[in-house]
Design a protein around this ligand. Structure first.
Ligand code: MG
Length: 390
């Protein structure tokens, strides 16, 4: 169980929910870090009294300094400080809840200094899975999944003897707001439509990823690394109610699942209290809530981002990093209303044409592949850009 926690991404959806749990769990906070929400960071400093606070954005850090002048907290700024704090702030665990591949370097820094990772930043594992898992096993640190599906799988694998015979994962997907729609119907959907998730309340980037099913593709790659499986051993099923958070199948065919209401507090808390369980403020599952559970196959013809992730998972090497970078750029362009919804999947697919085929890679090769894929995708998206009617 965590004693002292460093929270990277403390003002986002996962970060704020984690902080809502730590007091009751008696966990101390060493560091709070976010991108640019100075006001919320200052409020969090007031309440949680961390030793360090970091705003990646410099202007935000200046504002933060003024806002926290009366507190005994050290204020930092920039990506380098983030890595240093992740490594050397005296915490035993780092919750990585930053958005996107920006989480990679601080996560590696924390692993190298021997800290356990409560991993909420799936892009880290998607982009750099080989590197991250190798360094984690070299340093003997735990990667504790916070993603609800991966937490479910992790919970199902706590019986070590059964876990050794793991054959297959059944990864559940809510299907997002556009489940059942055809490509023609999706051509004109808006940002607001995509941000209307039926079950989960999450940040903007992951909500769009859920609508394109890119999120499930990223989670498939995340699961490959966390549980050492091949992509063909992970089956994705659309489960509209988000009650079964995922399931595992063992050698004898037994399938074990974890169920609960769709609330991130439980998976966040389990990563913090592991291997213990403590009372959690999330709602309880009732008979009514599980009276109708349905399971269907996803439509990869329409949701091309998922098909592209499956291809990237098979290609391995730097392909998942490239697909992730293309998606981050495309989602940003979609949120700015520069491209259409289906263009996101198109961009991710296009990014994999001629993606570098390299089984193993260094951090600098990874960062270079990420940069190159972003530049190429921006070029590709420019050709697709059109005035979007408001
Ligand atoms: Mg998830």
């Amino acid at each position: 169980m965590v004693e002292k926690l460093c929270v990277l991404g403390s003002t986002g959806s996962i970060g704020t929910q984690a902080l809502s749990l730590v007091e009751a769990l008696g966990i101390k906070i060493s560091t709070l870090a976010a991108n640019r929400s100075a006001r919320l960071l200052a409020e969090q400093c007031e309440r949680f009294r961390p030793e360090n606070v970091c705003a990646a954005d410099e202007a935000a850090a200046r504002e933060l300094k003024t806002l926290t002048a009366h507190l005994p907290v050290k204020v930092f700024s920039g990506a380098e400080a983030l890595c240093e704090l992740a490594a050397e702030d005296g915490s035993d665990t780092v919750l990585t809840a930053l958005v996107g591949a920006a989480g990679l370097e601080p996560t590696l820094a924390a692993i190298d200094s021997g800290k356990d990772i409560a991993l909420a930043n799936k892009e880290t594992l998607v982009a750099g899975g080989a590197l991250v898992t190798r360094r984690a096993s070299e340093r003997g640190v735990s990667l504790l999944p916070v993603d609800s599906e991966h937490s479910a799988i992790f919970q199902c694998l706590q019986d070590a003897a059964s876990a050794r015979t793991l054959k297959r994962i059944i990864l559940t997907a809510s299907g997002g707001p556009f489940f059942g729609k055809s490509a023609a119907e999706l051509e004109g959907v808006t940002v607001d439509d995509a941000l209307r998730h039926p079950n989960w309340s999450m940040g903007r980037k992951i909500t769009v990823d859920s609508a394109t099913l890119m999120n499930k593709g990223l989670e498939l790659i995340e699961a490959m690394w966390l549980f050492s499986l091949e992509p063909e051993d992970i089956e994705i099923t659309v489960h509209r109610q988000s009650i079964v958070h995922s399931a595992v199948e063992f050698a004898d065919g037994a399938v074990i699942a974890q169920l609960g209401v769709p609330d991130m507090k439980l998976p966040i808390q389990y990563a913090l209290t592991y291997p213990e369980r403590k009372p959690c403020p999330a709602d309880r599952l009732t008979i009514e809530k599980m009276s109708l559970l349905t399971f269907e196959r996803p439509d990869e013809e329409t949701f091309r981002a998922l098909a592209a992730c499956k291809l990237a998972a098979k290609l391995k090497g730097l392909a998942p990093c490239v697909a992730n970078a293309a998606n981050e750029e495309a989602v940003a362009a979609f949120l700015e209303q520069r491209i259409g919804f289906l263009d996101i999947g198109r961009a991710v697919e296009a990014s994999l044409e001629g993606a570098p085929a390299k089984e193993d890679y260094t951090l600098s090769e990874l960062l270079e592949a990420d940069r190159e894929a972003r530049a190429k995708t921006r070029e590709y998206l420019k050709r697709l850009e059109r005035p979007v009617s408001v």
